[in-house]
Design a protein around this ligand. Structure first.
Ligand SMILES: Cc1cc2nc3c(=O)[nH]c(=O)nc-3n(C[C@H](O)[C@H](O)[C@H](O)COP(=O)(O)O)c2cc1C
Length: 167
């Protein structure tokens, strides 16, 4: 799969946010961290999801899509989906966002985004904070990892089963 040509632009944009889409309801959550590369001879997209997120429950279903906006677009939607939980509200409806069907088996993307990485979870690991650089631990997790928003991430390695662009 020729996914590498999409990585440069996607990595540039994800600094400003992209959508992690999970569950049959296609709940969009803003993410700022995402890694792409080849692992186990497969194209892989890796995302970091704290246990406290509703998306954590949904991604446990084993599938996700990362929808990456074009530069400068979806600013208010990224802010909203990064501060409200799908547990409490239907973010797609609130923001007037439409889901985009990508395949029969996978998770839908967000219509209007520049590129969509459709993924199937191959591996996950829970962060062991004792193994983390102490400065980073203090900055991102703090002294009490039971506090929502300071809880450790689960890291999901998803095989990219398809890349869709220009839709
Ligand atoms: C720019 C930005 C980047 C974010 N990146 C992440 C991330 O990589 N992982 C994560 O767990 N939460 C991240 N968040 C926080 C979630 O988007 C936020 O808690 C969201 O409301 C969770 O939605 P959910 O409960 O519907 O899953 C980010 C928020 C913003 C604004």
């Amino acid at each position: 799969m020729d996914f590498e040509k999409f990585i440069g632009a996607a990595a540039e944009q994800v600094k400003h946010g992209a959508f992690l889409v999970t569950g049959q309801e296609a709940n969009p959550m803003t993410i700022g961290w995402c890694l792409w590369g080849r692992v186990w001879e497969r194209p892989v997209c890796t995302v970091f999801v704290r246990k406290s997120r509703y998306s954590h429950e949904l991604i446990e279903g084993g599938k996700f899509t990362v929808s990456v906006p074009a530069p400068g677009t979806f600013k208010k939607e990224l802010a909203f989906c990064g501060s409200r939980s799908g547990r409490d509200t239907d973010k797609l409806k609130d923001m007037g966002m439409a889901r985009l069907k990508l395949s029969d088996e996978g998770i839908d993307g967000i219509e209007g985004c520049a590129v969509h990485f459709e993924c199937k979870v191959l591996f996950k690991c829970e962060m062991g904070l004792k193994n983390l650089n102490s400065k980073i631990r203090d900055r991102f997790y703090g002294p009490d990892e039971t506090v929502p928003g300071k809880d450790p991430h689960t890291i999901y390695f998803g095989e990219i089963v398809a890349v869709h662009s220009g839709q």
